[in-house]
Design a protein around this ligand. Structure first.
Ligand code: PRP
Ligand code: URA
Length: 206
């Protein structure tokens, strides 16, 4: 099932405080990191492992060790708020960047920067907190595929049905991990109820 809504009680608690408009940027950043940790743990459930023999203080035993490379690609600027927890969880992650910005009138995303590590042999997480019309995410995933990514997932804090539908149309079968599957979009293509402009709330640029 391509849409995964992480409904753990802690995830829903954190999401509610992220949505609250009085939450200041410093707290917003912390909550974003906590929620991203939970989403990324779910999104990486499919990572391959290999058996590893180790010695505990009691006896020799066989455990599991991660055997698949991981890449994380935040969509600037708001996706940057989701990067730190991924680097903390997976210190060997390779990081790329995509700069996309929506036109305020048309809500159409334009690219202004990109840089990628080798993606063809890594499970690639695209990090963008808001899946609204889906234009930015669809563009980002296309770029990742053009640069070799074969196994991909989208990680978004909040998703609108319109964005999920668009992403599934353009990239059928893509897994989407989110904590909030919201009602829809307002006339300015903001997610309802959403949490407002994620980048502005993250970086205090109101
Ligand atoms: C926001 C958000 C997504 C995009 C989602 O970025 O971070 O990238 O909008 O909207 P869409 O699904 O309709 O494309 P924004 O363009 O506001 O740029 P910013 O991250 O630099 O603030
Ligand atoms: N980008 C945001 O930051 N928020 C929205 O609701 C939609 C796009």
């Amino acid at each position: 099932m391509p849409l995964h809504v992480v409904d753990h009680p802690l995830a829903q608690h954190v999401l509610t405080h992220l949505r609250e408009k009085s939450t200041p940027p410093a707290v917003f950043r912390d909550l974003c990191e906590t929620l991203t940790t939970m989403l990324v743990i779910e999104a990486t459930r499919c990572l391959a492992t290999r058996p590893l023999e180790i010695e505990t203080p009691i006896k020799v035993t066989t455990g599991q060790s991660l055997s698949e490379g991981l890449a994380a690609v935040p969509v600037l600027r708001a996706g940057l708020g989701m990067l730190e927890p991924v680097v903390q969880l997976f210190p060997d992650v390779a990081v790329g960047y995509i700069g996309l910005e929506r036109d305020e009138e048309t809500a159409i995303a334009r690219i202004y920067y990109s840089k990628f590590p080798e993606l063809s042999n890594r499970f690639t997480l695209c990090l963008d907190p808001m899946l609204a019309t889906g234009g930015s995410a669809a563009h980002a995933i296309s770029l990742l595929k053009e640069h070799g990514a074969k196994k991909l997932a989208m990680v978004s804090i909040v998703a609108a049905p319109e964005g999920v539908q668009k992403l599934e149309e353009v990239h059928p079968g893509i897994d989407i991990y989110t904590a909030g599957y919201d009602e829809g979009l307002n006339p300015k293509a903001y997610i309802v109820p959403g949490l407002g402009d994620f980048g502005d709330r993250l970086y205090g640029t109101f």
